[in-house]
Write a protein that binds this ligand. Sequence first.
Ligand SMILES: Nc1ncnc2c1ncn2[C@@H]1O[C@H](COP(=O)(O)OP(=O)(O)OP(=O)(O)O)[C@@H](O)[C@H]1O
Length: 248
Amino acid sequence: MNATALDVYRCSKRFRSRKGTAQALQDVTFQVPEGARCGLLGPNGAGKSTLIRILANLLRPDAGQITVLGHPLRWGRHAYKRQVGFMLEDLALMERLTGREQLELAAQLYGLPPDQAAARIESLTRPFEVATALDRWIETYSNGMRRQLAFLLALLHRPRLIVLDEPFEAMDAQAIEAAIDLLHAHNREGATLLISSHRLDKLERLCDYLVVLHRGRVRFAGPIADFCNHLPEADTLEAAYLGWLRAG
Ligand SMILES: Nc1ncnc2c1ncn2[C@@H]1O[C@H](COP(=O)(O)OP(=O)(O)OP(=O)(O)O)[C@@H](O)[C@H]1O
């Protein structure tokens, strides 16, 4: 049996503001086996980004235990940081660096020797439009190029777990294809994937495992085939998901 890459147990998060409270996550429990290509699905406001921000240690859960690659997640500690690559909703790029400088800086932080970093940057960026703009300030990038750069930053250090929040948003068709190919290649080399996206057609091609959140709760976690078997008449993941939502 596979080891567990990600173990989330009874994780809850409530946001409080003057206008009231929002229970973003409630007793969220699921596991992702090592080597899985896991899609994270759910309607707007289901809690996907909140969960990913908690995994990235940017947000403190109110309750719950999370284990990432065998390390318990502790608030403010980054025991596993070098083994996980994140692309978050807030891309947090450094506008007055060039794309190459941003990639080199990250490579340095991850301890890649400069010659290896240069070769890695060259091969990673080659299929993407951002390769033509690596020596320009990030400030001048289009939205799609910014997202390509953020995506490549998540993969740069060959992490064992890759966690991406809406990676395909604003990417053109060619970039999406290149991104899917790269993710498959990293998965073949052993990386586990957790990818939140509303692009169900892309997730269907990429993923073999699914976690579905709805109003902050886990409504399904398991192989995609099991999810689709609930609605045998649906011939795509999108049709199965829409049918599942309709059934309430
Ligand atoms: N900083 C915040 N303050 C208050 N409420 C928040 C905050 N962040 C998220 N929420 C609320 O938490 C809930 C979950 O939001 P979250 O962004 O995690 O959903 P999501 O599944 O990523 O949605 P989407 O698909 O629209 O990106 C929503 O009700 C949202 O309004």
